[in-house]
Design a protein around this ligand. Structure first.
Ligand SMILES: [Fe+2]
Length: 142
């Protein structure tokens, strides 16, 4: 390969990197640390604000039960501002993932509803991600 051919190949590679860089979205840093209350028997207000509240609602004619998850517990609602929000909520039926809802800052707050077949399910577990304060988990036994 001649020197000029190498430069042509290098030029194509640089162009490909530049296009790739333009297509990449800039996402804010997310705290992905797994969190839990210091004292599970007596969570603080800050901890309650991040814990998923799981509410099992009505079952429809097709056998799906609506499970509503709101963040957080005890009537303390997590904020949703441009710099601080719940960015996802996921639900597990026993160990099986039911779904994951991705949420945007400010325009939505930490609420998700999943229609779930609960036959033989013993435990529902929800995980919620706060961009600043990590991932919080709560479960209910059915
Ligand atoms: Fe938070």
């Amino acid at each position: 390969m001649k020197r000029r051919d190498v430069l042509k190949v290098a030029g194509i590679a640089v162009a490909a990197v530049a296009v790739g860089a333009q297509a990449t979205e800039v996402t804010p840093a997310m705290n992905r640390m797994e969190m839990k209350p210091e004292n599970a028997e007596k969570p603080t207000g800050f901890e309650l604000k991040h814990l998923p509240q799981i509410t099992v609602k009505d079952k429809d004619a097709k056998g799906y039960t609506n499970v509503e998850i709101t963040i957080g517990q005890g009537g303390i609602i997590h904020p949703s501002t441009p710099d601080h929000w719940i960015d996802f909520i996921s639900l597990y039926a026993d160990d099986k993932l039911v779904g994951r809802s991705t949420l945007e800052a400010e325009i939505s707050r930490g609420v998700a509803v999943f229609a779930v077949k609960l036959d033989n399910v013993k435990t529902l577990t929800s995980k919620a991600g706060c961009n600043l304060h990590g991932i919080w988990t709560a479960s209910v036994t059915l």
